[in-house]
Design a protein around this ligand. Structure first.
Ligand SMILES: Nc1ncnc2c1ncn2[C@@H]1O[C@H](COP(=O)(O)OP(=O)(O)OP(=O)(O)O)[C@@H](O)[C@H]1O
Ligand SMILES: [Mg+2]
Length: 319
């Protein structure tokens, strides 16, 4: 079983609005409303790929009820801690004429110390039947930045593989707690390692730096694939994975689809290079759909051949 954690679960509205202009009235030409938040998106993709997954996190108020009911309608197993404050609704406006996305995320609910404690107990209980736990997305406001880090340490003691996709201070703390996998995008990775990347050499150094900060494996997604320092037979191996960028209907959630693909392949026992390839295929497939976490597994398979996987020499192999 794979568990996904979404502490800021939401209802995500994606609206397709041609020629979107600030200060004008518009009509949508297409719209989707789905439960979301990064961990929920990852769960949706995993479920579509046929993997056993349970989504957990916080859900509050009428919006929280809607999140849980909609997940159940999608046949995504879920077990959320109900909280007093209302879960948020996020809106993404996608303009098909220029592929620009405008996102408006509501301020999420605050959670009490008691609710956090209930969540910790639930997660540790669910984790007993799990092989992998994925933390994805931001922390609710006012939650200590080391909240993920503490949970990572607890889960590691239970022998569970821990994957984390977040940013800022929570990511900084989490990396030091030695998760198995971190998967930031370029901006998140730049913030973590503390400088901008100008070329591929910088990007390669960055994934190695993330490993030296504590992550067992570090994958940095880019709009045209990823760089990964992953374990191959217990040794760190560096990979560059490339795909020709495609015209996106909605790029929001591509990172979540990537992560689900990577984890699905890994759970299925595929070699690391193939896990990265599969992740990139899922990310690329997802950008053709309005709504995060939506992929067509047959189309994912058809993309695999268009993806170039290159093994790069590690410093130890060069010297
Ligand atoms: N336009 C595109 N064409 C093909 N593949 C794409 C495109 N955009 C993203 N991808 C794939 O999706 C994966 C994740 O992309 P990216 O780094 O942009 O995610 P992200 O910024 O974390 O997104 P989000 O946080 O919204 O989910 C990458 O590995 C990339 O290969
Ligand atoms: Mg991301």
């Amino acid at each position: 079983m794979i568990i996904t954690v979404t502490l800021n679960a939401a209802i995500d509205k994606s609206l397709s609005v041609p020629n979107f202009r600030l200060g004008r009235r518009h009509r949508t030409v297409e719209q989707t409303t789905l439960p979301g938040g990064k961990g929920v998106n990852v769960a949706r993709t995993l479920k579509t790929l046929g993997q056993p997954v349970i989504a957990t996190g916080f859900a509050g108020g009428a919006t929280g009820t809607r999140i849980v009911e909609a997940l159940t309608d999608e046949s995504i197993l879920n077990d959320f801690v109900r909280i007093r404050e209302e879960s948020r609704t996020n809106t993404a406006v996608l303009d098909p004429t220029n592929s620009e996305t405008t996102e408006i995320n509501e301020r999420g609910p605050a959670v009490s110390g008691r609710e956090l404690e209930l969540f910790r107990d639930k997660l540790l209980y669910l984790a007993r039947g799990a092989a992998i736990v994925i933390f994805a997305g931001s922390l609710p406001r006012d939650v200590d930045a080391d909240f993920y880090a503490d949970l990572i340490k607890d889960l590691r003691k239970l022998g569970i593989v821990v994957v984390i996709d977040t940013d800022g201070d929570p990511l900084r703390h989490a990396v030091r707690a030695e998760p198995h996998v971190v998967s930031p995008n370029v901006l998140e990775a730049e913030e973590l390692v503390g400088h901008e990347f100008n070329d591929d050499e910088d990007r390669i150094i960055a994934v190695r730096e993330m490993v030296s900060l504590g992550a067992q494996e570090a994958i940095m997604t880019t709009p045209d694939g990823c760089f990964g320092s992953v374990l191959d037979d217990g040794e760190s191996a560096l990979y560059r994975v490339c795909i020709e960028p495609r015209e996106a209907v909605a790029a929001v959630g591509a990172g979540d689809a990537f992560l689900a693909g990577y984890v699905a392949a890994r759970y299925g026992g595929k070699p690391p290079a193939e896990c990265l390839r599969y992740g990139v295929a899922c990310g690329a497939e997802s950008v053709h759909r309005l709504g995060a976490g939506l992929v067509d597994p047959n189309k994912v398979d058809r993309l695999l051949g268009d993806i170039e996987v290159q093994r790069l020499a590690t410093p130890a192999e060069v010297s």
